[in-house]
Write a protein that binds this ligand. Structure first.
Ligand SMILES: Cc1cc2nc3c(=O)[nH]c(=O)nc-3n(C[C@H](O)[C@H](O)[C@H](O)COP(=O)(O)OP(=O)(O)OC[C@H]3O[C@@H](n4cnc5c(N)ncnc54)[C@H](O)[C@@H]3O)c2cc1C
Length: 398
């Protein structure tokens, strides 16, 4: 395995750093104010930055399919994603923000030509965004076989009924459709009874009930609860095959996890940087906090854990690049568990070093902690990944 960065990735990273420093970071407050004043309208400053990123060739960097974007391999995108990780606005203005980035990846593989024209192309162009709607409050959704929302055929349409929650991104002013998982064959096999539908957010019968918090933090793009009441979508909105919803969901989650992990390593590095800046300038009982052996251990351990996590992510990215997503599936589960654990541990230690300031909103640490802790549940709870890893090990040694 050779993880040497390619020339194009190195050059793009430099260009991206310059662009974010010069144009994106100074605009964060303006964008926040625009979003707060007009939550349902795209922020004009964000739109301006999108068009600048596009002209500069810093657009769709996460799109690995060369027919639809720059075609960077995952190993090439990893340093860019790590840099973008702590900066949501930079992710958005380069069109690399979740979950649209991953829905696009799935649509490229599973979408019909008509679906690509109607949904994928405008999304890749930055005109629209999308969400992924699977989880339901009434059933244990870490087992996708439980998903209970129904879709019943009626002529050349399907009629969906159900309730979803924690659906991320729906409140983004450009969110136009949801890839929605529904049960089309209640008596079918657990992994063959679901189908994915493209449900436009403005279809009659789609009702957003509330935005759900993470430890009290509300994301402006939302993690919403919503109901589907006799929502009618045409046959043309079936994504992939009837009964193929589970397989598409699994295929979609692979690239989602690896990209999440890359971005989160960037956040973890930032948390370590903050901890290392803070510890030397706070003194207690006659010595700087940074000289205490437990704090030195935390810093040393954080460095080791980040290096280990990054290497695991790079290996997974390399396997995806060279052997495909399916061959890399066991490694995706491993990094999903390991990176989130590392990140929550490092951010937790950084919070401790900051004292009360660590739980305030004067640093990003508390908000990061809430997000990272949530990610030990989202995209499959740790325990479900561990079950899959353990089952493989048991088979291997049987
Ligand atoms: C911030 C955030 C964003 C999200 N965004 C989205 C989104 O955009 N779209 C979407 O569809 N969903 C989203 N989700 C939902 C998320 O995917 C689900 O919460 C997750 O799949 C778990 O389902 P559940 O909440 O129903 O937990 P349950 O299935 O009820 O599981 C509860 C707990 O049971 C334990 N458990 C489950 N299975 C096992 C096992 N085999 N062995 C041991 N223990 C087990 C685990 O500890 C698990 O946490 C999001 C969640 C969060 C927190």
């Amino acid at each position: 395995m050779d993880f040497t960065n390619t020339t194009r990735s190195t050059e793009l990273l430099e260009q991206l750093r310059d662009f974010v420093k010069a144009r994106v970071d100074p605009a964060i407050d303006t964008v926040d104010a625009e979003r707060a004043a007009h939550p349902t309208t795209p922020s004009p400053t964000t739109e301006q930055l999108c068009s600048e990123a596009k002209s500069a060739g810093l657009w769709n960097l996460c799109v690995r399919h060369p027919d639809h974007g720059p075609g960077l391999r995952f190993t090439e995108y990893a340093p860019l994603a790590e840099f973008l990780g702590p900066n949501p606005l930079a992710q958005e203005v380069t069109n690399c923000d979740a979950p649209s980035n991953i829905n696009g990846d799935a649509m490229i593989v599973y979408g019909s030509p008509q679906q690509k024209g109607q949904w994928l192309e405008p999304q890749l162009d930055g005109q629209i965004k999308s969400a992924f709607a699977m989880t339901e409050p009434a059933v244990a959704s870490s087992d996708a076989g439980n998903i209970a929302t129904t879709a019943v055929q009626d002529g050349d349409h399907w009629v969906l009924n159900g309730r979803k929650w924690y659906i991320s991104g729906v409140l983004h002013p450009k969110c136009t459709y949801m890839m929605t998982v529904a049960n089309t064959d209640p008596d079918g096999p657990a992994h063959g009874r679901h189908t994915q539908f493209i449900v436009p957010v403005d279809t009659p019968g789609v009702t957003i009930v509330r935005n759900l918090p993470k430890f009290g933090y509300l994301d402006e793009d939302g993690h919403v609860e919503l109901t589907l009441d006799d929502v009618r979508v045409p046959d043309a909105n079936v994504l992939g095959d009837i009964g193929g919803g589970f397989a598409i969901g699994q295929a979609r989650l692979g690239p989602a996890r690896v990209q999440h992990c890359m971005r989160i390593i960037g956040i973890t590095e930032e948390a370590l940087r903050l901890m290392c800046e803070r510890a030397p300038v706070r003194s207690t009982f006659g010595a700087a906090v940074s000289t205490r052996s437990n704090v030195m251990d935390w810093i040393g351990e954080a460095r080791i854990e980040i290096e280990a996590a990054r290497l695991m992510v790079m290996r997974t990215a390399w396997l995806m690049d060279t052997q495909g997503d399916k061959a890399s599936a066991p490694h995706m589960s491993q990094i999903k568990v390991q990176v989130m654990r590392t990140a929550t541990t490092v951010v937790d230690r950084a919070i401790q070093v900051f004292g009360a300031a660590g739980v305030s909103e004067d640093t990003p640490l508390a908000r990061w902690y809430a997000s990272l802790r949530g990610l030990r549940i989202a995209d499959g709870p740790d325990e479900v990944h561990l079950m899959g890893i353990a089952r493989r090990e048991l088979r291997r040694h049987a």
